[in-house]
Design a binder for this molecule. Structure first.
Ligand code: AMP
Ligand code: MN
Ligand code: MN
Length: 329
């Protein structure tokens, strides 16, 4: 990033028109392995700019999202690969640190200005301007606050509502607030089919997704007196069921719901000795702190990182951190 760029944190309410300023060429991206909040916020902003800012040509760059998000308007305009294009403004949504915007980091670096809109407590405030609210349920909720409510169409509402339901587990995680419900109510008033969005993008599972969920639950192990639970999936298992990481959403939540459990851990193998780690807690343990220690990030009750070694070593390392926090509590 050029040295002369001023870093700014925007904590007060602001609006997207001010944040965009005079920028004409605008790019939007989110994090790797995009989830509902990432796709919802990127497409919500993309569609809002397209519909309301006639002199802005937005482009959206993301890894291909899961098919459950195909209903969101214009997902077929998503660009999957970096291009040698220099943008006036590069906007990063739902992403706590720059390592997670690969393969689009070079485009971010060459942009004339950058803006980050996010809700991760671990956000490193990497952009020129950072609109980060660590207490918000979702990036979609933070984004919605920045929009002119009268200009939010049904199409934009569908995308933003999707992000909110995904990051709140359909309005139940502790990050859900009165503001979240207020925003959701206003989005409903735009005439969205919320029942279908919730069923088809959040709860619906394919047959193989259910099979692998069943297997993960069957093989799960309780430890630390039943306060922790973990399970893992190898690359070979994933190949057997023809699933990818995208198909494993929701598994960690089922582990977390286990009676008596404070912390749930789910690992899936990315490559030999490399695991994607998901951490969830109920009331006591700050899993974001643990994820940050291993180069990841997230929120107090939901975080993730990538770890190396055997499943046994990874669980031992995480177990130590969890035990430390539980003993202090
Ligand atoms: P996940 O377990 O992948 O669903 O992630 C839970 C939360 O932690 C999400 O908000 C993610 O954005 C965040 N997260 C997951 N993995 C990482 C990582 N490697 N670095 C930073 N944040 C992460
Ligand atoms: Mn996300
Ligand atoms: Mn999010």
């Amino acid at each position: 990033m050029p040295m002369n760029r001023m870093k700014q944190s925007v904590n007060r309410m602001n609006n997207i028109a001010d944040l965009i300023g005079n920028a004409k060429n605008v790019a939007i991206t989110g994090h790797i392995r995009p989830d509902g909040d990432c796709v919802g916020s990127c497409m919500g902003l993309y569609n809002y700019l397209k519909e309301n800012f006639r002199n802005i040509a937005p482009d959206v760059y993301l890894e291909k999202p899961g098919n459950e998000f195909d209903f969101i308007a214009n997902t077929d305009n998503i660009r999957y690969e970096a291009e040698a294009k220099i943008y006036d403004l590069f906007i990063v949504l739902d992403c706590s640190d720059l390592d997670r915007i690969e393969p689009f980091k070079s485009m971010y670096d060459s942009a004339r200005s950058t803006l980050c809109i996010d809700h991760h407590i671990s956000n490193t405030r990497y952009a020129d301007v950072n609109v980060v609210d660590g207490d918000a349920s979702s990036t979609c909720e933070v984004l919605y606050r920045l929009l002119d409510k009268n200009l939010v169409s049904k199409t934009v509402a569908e995308a933003i509502y999707t992000g909110i339901i995904h990051d709140t587990g359909v309005f139940k995680y502790s990050s859900t607030s009165v503001n979240t419900m207020q925003a959701a109510g206003e989005l409903m008033s735009k005439g969205i089919d919320f029942t279908s969005i919730i069923d088809n993008s959040f709860y619906k599972k394919t047959y193989v997704q259910n099979q692998i969920l069943g297997r993960v639950l069957l093989e799960s192990v309780l430890f630390y007196g039943g306060k922790c639970i973990f399970s893992s999936v190898t690359k070979a298992d994933m190949d057997f069921y023809h699933v990818t990481g995208k198909d494993l959403g929701g598994i960690i939540e089922q582990l977390r719901l286990t009676d008596g459990v404070e912390v749930a851990i789910f690992l899936y193998e990315l490559s030999p000795s490399e695991y994607k780690v998901s951490l969830r807690s109920k009331k006591i343990v700050d899993v974001s702190k643990i994820a940050v220690k291993y180069g990841g990030g997230g929120h107090i009750r939901a975080a993730g990182c990538t770890m190396y070694g055997t499943v046994h070593d990874i669980i031992n390392n995480l177990g130590e951190q969890i035990e430390y926090q539980l003993e202090k509590a």
